[in-house]
Write a protein that binds this ligand. Sequence first.
Ligand SMILES: NC(=O)c1ccc[n+]([C@@H]2O[C@H](COP(=O)([O-])OP(=O)(O)OC[C@H]3O[C@@H](n4cnc5c(N)ncnc54)[C@H](O)[C@@H]3O)[C@@H](O)[C@H]2O)c1
Length: 331
Amino acid sequence: MIKVGLLGAGRIAGVHATAISNNPGSELSAVSDYFPENAEKLAEQFRSVARTTDEIIADPAINAVLIATSTDTHSELIEAATAAGKAVLCEKPVDLSLERARACRDNAMQHGQPIMIGFNRRFDPNFKAMKTALDAGEIGKSELLSITSFDPAPPPVAYIKVSGGLFRDMMIHDFDMATFMMGEAPVSIMAVGSSVVDSEIGEAGDVDTAAVTMTYADGRIAVIKNSRRAVYGYDQRVELLGSEGLLQAQNMLENTVVKSTTAGVTGAKPTYFFLERYMPAYAAEWSAFVEAVNAGSALPVSLDDGITALAMAEAATKSAKTGQPVMLADV
Ligand SMILES: NC(=O)c1ccc[n+]([C@@H]2O[C@H](COP(=O)([O-])OP(=O)(O)OC[C@H]3O[C@@H](n4cnc5c(N)ncnc54)[C@H](O)[C@@H]3O)[C@@H](O)[C@H]2O)c1
């Protein structure tokens, strides 16, 4: 039984508290938050206890921490938890600064503890099935990947200002999905972005609409499209063209009813947002972590995967600013 300390008691922490409590191999030992009342509320909901972050990290009876705090605390908490001998699952991104994330890796890896980054979409049953089919050779060699990832509505501008920008905060999931599907990182990245959804996002120095083209060493190509607004719901599709066929993962819909009348053919909207779409993925992500930690085997998503995705975000941010392609090796 893994005894877990949950650091952070905000929006995504509630999802993780459910996964930890529902998994027969883990127990939610304690919850912390910068605001103690948040920790108390979540702890009460899951019959756990609220403690401070420092107390959780210092407690030798706690074997693992799940870091679901604000992004600017991730590197520091990964370092502290691994130094205290704990296994870590940390939410994305590793940091907002690539330099700081690399320093965190150099520091934390010395302690030899398992560290996994929360790229939950790798555990989505649809994307996982695509990857399994690809690895089994069912569409031959992958050649052209296309990822569509649109949020239903933009977050408040106050959030945008501290988010690190669309490429680090939102597209980071798609950068990791590209690495997952293509089996390696690209060599060059070309990005464009603009604020056509909300001019205030532009005034805050960020973009809300972006497209990225990535080229791999052997000439393969990946394209990612992001928008902070799709009025019909959370649009999450992946398409992969291979030498012997095509794999497509479509949206999860609110229901499967299709209405056909003389007016046309209509169906349900996609599920609203990540909490609706990815609940099974968050549970599967946690199970994979528990299994690997118990077995002492390699984690399915590493700290290096987190750093690769952050480097891709850094390259895309630079490319969108300069209008020039950026080599991944140069960031
Ligand atoms: N994988 C996903 O799908 C997904 C989805 C949402 C958020 N996230 C990531 O999860 C993280 C949290 O996002 P959120 O939306 O839950 O934010 P949030 O603001 O709702 O929650 C973050 C919480 O962390 C607390 N906190 C800050 N510093 C702390 C510390 N040192 N110790 C304990 N608590 C501390 C804050 O008080 C806050 O309650 C972010 O890094 C975000 O990028 C990932």
